[in-house]
Design a protein around this ligand. Structure first.
Ligand SMILES: Nc1ncnc2c1ncn2[C@@H]1O[C@H](COP(=O)(O)OP(=O)(O)OP(=O)(O)O)[C@@H](O)[C@H]1O
Ligand SMILES: [Mg+2]
Length: 330
């Protein structure tokens, strides 16, 4: 079984193959010439590194918003470049098939747009799988068993919670507040409270903290003083960052917990013994899984690989068309 498992995210695009595992993991950014907006000059990390420093005549494009396609032509150019990079010419011999993940909350029109983009970008056969289902599969869960699983996905553009069981969805909630909104909130906080204007990449780095930042430690951000306009460094306590993000995380958590209202008691019993599965980059935010546990009253387990499990699951589904078929009927 060959083909591509694709997670086209608002923040990151991840592609896997059954033979080689994850073969591409890049930010969902594209650079184009302003006069030629539908031909990719660069994609991924290279394109993203120009955030806040794009030269005249070049435009930076983010083809996905809230997990769905913003502009068909840009998305086509982006997906073609992704496919080319993930499966260099000759690797497959012919046009590859693919399973692409899509937010559970995507509309039929948004799903159709994704199918069209996939075909026009050079894919032979495209199946769509809801992101939480792909994520669950990527974490070793069988979404066809007669047992409820609750998956929370906090990505760059969307936060979703979905209860799945026996090839179908029991309940679902989503909001368009997620990782990117948290970065923006920190950006505003730094300007309001510390009078420092930082770039988006700096704000995101501060939000994520360095991997080994312990509680009580601090991160240093560089930016421009909002009053004098001069370059300035600021040392920020990680606890202060958590507090600054509290209003935004609270609204995400509130949307997610409202999903419990629709869950029958039997399903709650399943989730209680097994725990809620948290996936997506936003689920790694310091303190978030504790907030979720407190709000759900259920144990929360963050996936081992929250950023790639959706693509891993989509790749695994290439060999399980019955899962794709079951969940495309929602
Ligand atoms: N260690 C971390 N702590 C906090 N946030 C993080 C961390 N690592 C990544 N993120 C955030 O996770 C988000 C990206 O997550 P992910 O790749 O799952 O999103 P996506 O799949 O592209 O988006 P979506 O599913 O909404 O379309 C970004 O906003 C990023 O800042
Ligand atoms: Mg995602």
């Amino acid at each position: 079984m060959s083909g591509l498992g694709i997670d086209l995210g608002t923040a990151n695009t991840v592609v896997g193959t059954p033979e080689d595992g994850i073969v591409l993991n890049e930010p969902s950014f594209m650079l184009v010439r302003t006069k030629e907006p539908h031909r990719a000059l660069a994609i991924g990390q290279e394109a993203r590194s120009l955030v806040g420093r794009t030269p005249i005549g070049i435009t930076q494009v983010r083809p996905m918003r809230a997990g769905v396609i913003v502009d068909l032509e840009s998305a086509k150019a982006f997906v073609s470049a992704v496919i080319k990079q993930a499966s260099p010419y000759g690797h497959f011999g012919r046009r590859p098939t693919a399973v692409i993940s899509v937010p559970e909350g995507a509309t039929p029109l948004e799903r159709r747009a994704l199918l069209e983009v996939g075909h026009e970008a050079g894919l032979r056969k495209v199946g769509l799988i809801p992101e939480p289902v792909a994520g669950a599969v990527g974490c070793g869960i069988n979404p066809m068993e007669p047992r409820a699983h609750l998956v929370v996905n906090i990505g760059g553009g969307t936060s979703e919670v979905t209860a799945v069981c026996f090839g179908g969805v029991i309940s679902h909630r989503s909001c368009r507040i997620a990782g990117d909104e948290l970065t923006t909130a920190l950006h505003h906080y730094l300007r309001e409270e510390h009078q420092i204007i930082v770039g988006d990449l700096t704000a995101e780095r501060a939000k994520m903290g360095t991997p080994d930042t312990e509680e009580g430690q601090s991160v240093v951000v560089e930016g421009l003083d909002a009053v004098t306009g001069r370059a300035r460094l600021l040392s920020l306590d990680v606890d202060e960052i958590v507090e600054a993000l509290r209003p935004t995380t609270a609204s995400i958590v509130q949307t997610l917990t409202s999903c419990l209202e629709d869950l029958p008691p039997q399903a709650i019993g399943d989730v209680m013994s097994e725990g809620v599965l948290a996936i997506g980059g936003g689920s790694m935010l310091r303190g978030l899984s504790q907030l979720l546990e407190d709000a759900f009253g259920l144990p929360v387990k963050t996936a081992e690989r929250p950023l790639t499990c959706v693509a891993e699951g989509a790749t695994a589904c290439l060999a399980h068309p019955e899962v794709v078929a079951a969940y495309s009927n929602n």
